[in-house]
Ligand binder design. Structure first.
Ligand SMILES: NC(=O)C1=CN([C@@H]2O[C@H](COP(=O)(O)OP(=O)(O)OC[C@H]3O[C@@H](n4cnc5c(N)ncnc54)[C@H](O)[C@@H]3O)[C@@H](O)[C@H]2O)C=CC1
Ligand SMILES: O=C(O)[C@H]1O[C@H](OP(=O)(O)OP(=O)(O)OC[C@H]2O[C@@H](n3ccc(=O)[nH]c3=O)[C@H](O)[C@@H]2O)[C@H](O)[C@@H](O)[C@@H]1O
Length: 463
């Protein structure tokens, strides 16, 4: 089977970049990305590709090359489903905020809506691909909806989880460690799997394209994120031991990372991991384990989240304690608000929780982030619901210039590891600050020696 038209439902951080790269690498396939969010689609269609709604290095160039040729962004969901042989579902699957499984389970209402819409619209056989991260066995529910509400056409469900990381989405998509495709071991399942393998084989070598059964594929995605997040919580746990014992977590990470069985990646101690997925996916795994009565398994993985929450709180507590046990009315400047560098995404960013703690202590927070606008920062705080919007507006100032943000500050906290922070004129910053001038480096990116020689009281994570 040869695929000529793809529809992707969901033009977010995954759907947008993933489909842009498929379109770039497969000029013979028409790729249409659809979304209910009109503004988002309008932004994807902005004539100036620098204004597309997602900031990722290299993405605007890929969009510029393919958009209008074989890549389209539209709000006409029905039409795109109707004409496609393959429909990717790439909608959000956030943690449930209500009812059974509240705060733990994945909310699958958007997935179900997609399945019902695909069933209603489809007039010929289709391959439906789970691109969103889903609880294991979701394909069963999707199949049931498709088969029971459809027009008698045949659907094959594939699981094809996405492993890209934000900030490096384009390079991750162009050179993935692997592509995972799960499908049924039936003749129809094999045809569907092979059709999708052929799409990726346009730029990914076949030995990197792994095919499995659907449940292994669904569960592998949750497992990968759990393992990655676990490494961060493990090194963050050791960071506190380092602080108590005189060891240095960067040295410890280097020493253990040279063991090829451990490996060097994902051992950077930090103020805590953020992002829309690690926490959500682990909570989902914990919920699944509990629902099978696997309480020890659930507790084991939940500890990764407990440790991460502790690391964020420990950072804000340290700021308060070091500033003589009060930050009331003190100006604390945050460099960075995004959950990691090279993205404008702030979902679950550690900065939000640290700011919330410090505002509770009546600090005045000033923020500079090269890619995050003021309204996003305020809406992140409002979303926590700790206080009302006007109280948040009073507690936060944002700046377009980092030097202005730091001027007259009692302390600077590094919340995101943007490269530009390492290149600032730190003497100039020191001169403009209140004394003693404190730096809390939540990402261990600054040159400790240089800062101390300027006169800063420099605090890192894990040393
Ligand atoms: N953000 C990331 O780096 C990664 C995310 N994932 C997974 O991919 C999925 C999507 O994540 P993001 O792209 O970050 O989410 P997102 O929130 O950025 O995008 C989802 C989009 O789907 C749209 N949508 C929801 N229901 C719809 C419907 N019925 N019809 C049309 N559009 C609809 C929303 O309007 C939104 O624009 C999630 O399951 C996530 O866990 C997987 C790998 C990486
Ligand atoms: O399912 C997803 O959404 C994605 O989640 C993560 O990607 P992402 O969250 O975009 O970014 P990461 O690079 O994993 O960083 C996550 C958080 O951990 C932090 N981190 C990362 C690495 C590290 O060593 N230390 C550390 O604190 C980062 O600063 C960031 O806050 C995974 O890396 C992707 O493979 C996966 O596809």
């Amino acid at each position: 089977m040869k695929i000529t038209k793809i529809c992707c439902i969901g033009a977010g951080y995954v759907g947008g970049p993933t489909m842009a790269v498929i379109a770039q690498k497969c000029p013979h396939i028409k790729v249409t990305v659809v979304d209910l969010n009109e503004q988002r689609i309008k932004d994807w269609n902005d004539p100036n590709t620098d204004n597309i709604p997602i900031y990722e290095p290299g993405l605007s160039e890929v969009v510029a090359e393919a958009r209008g040729r074989n890549l389209f962004f539209s709000t006409d969901v029905d039409m795109a489903i109707d004409e496609a042989e393959v429909v990717f579902i790439s909608v959000n699957t956030p943690t449930k905020t209500y009812g059974k499984g509240k705060g733990m389970a994945a909310d699958l209402k958007y997935i179900e809506l997609c399945a019902r819409q695909i069933a209603r619209v489809s007039k010929n056989n289709k391959i439906v691909v789970e691109k969103s991260t889903l609880p294991v066995r979701t394909a069963e529910a999707i199949k049931s909806i498709l088969d029971n509400t459809g027009n008698g056409v045949q659907f094959q469900i594939l699981s094809n989880p996405e492993f890209l990381a934000e900030g490096t989405a384009v390079t991750d998509l162009l050179s993935p460690d692997r592509i995972l495709i799960g499908g049924d071991s039936t003749p129809g399942g094999d045809v569907a799997i092979n059709a999708l393998v052929d799409v990726y084989a346009n730029w990914v070598s076949r030995d990197k394209i792994l095919t499995t059964n659907v449940w292994s594929s669904e569960l592998s995605k949750l497992t990968a994120n759990a393992f990655l997040a676990q490494r961060i919580s493990s090194i963050n746990a050791m960071s506190e031991v380092c602080e108590k014992t005189g060891a240095d977590v960067n040295e410890v990470a280097r020493a253990i990372g040279m063991d090829s069985r451990i490996g060097a990646k994902f051992l950077k101690a930090s103020v805590g991991f953020g992002g829309s997925c690690f926490q959500k996916d682990i909570l989902n795994l914990v919920y699944i384990a509990k629902s099978y009565g696997l309480n020890e398994v659930a507790d084991y993985w939940e500890q990764v989240i407990i440790m991460n929450d502790y690391q964020k709180r420990r950072f804000s507590n340290k700021i308060v304690q070091t500033l003589y046990n009060t930050v009331a009315d003190k100006k604390i400047t945050f460099l960075g608000w995004a959950f990691k560098k090279d993205t404008n995404d702030t979902r679950e960013s550690a900065a939000i929780y640290v700011a919330d703690d410090l505002i509770n202590e009546q600090a005045k927070i000033s923020v500079y982030d090269p890619k995050v606008p003021k309204n996003k920062i305020l809406s992140d705080l409002d979303y926590l619901g700790t206080r009302n919007s006007s109280e948040n507006i009073d507690a936060i100032l944002t700046f377009e210039d980092p030097y202005e943000a730091c001027s007259e500050a009692h302390a600077i906290a590094i919340l995101t590891e943007w490269d530009e922070f390492t290149k600032y004129d730190w003497q100039r910053i020191y001169d403009s600050m209140k004394k003693p001038a404190f730096v809390f480096d939540g990402r261990n990116i600054l040159n400790a020696k240089e800062l101390k020689s300027i006169g800063f009281i420099y605090n890192a994570i894990g040393s």
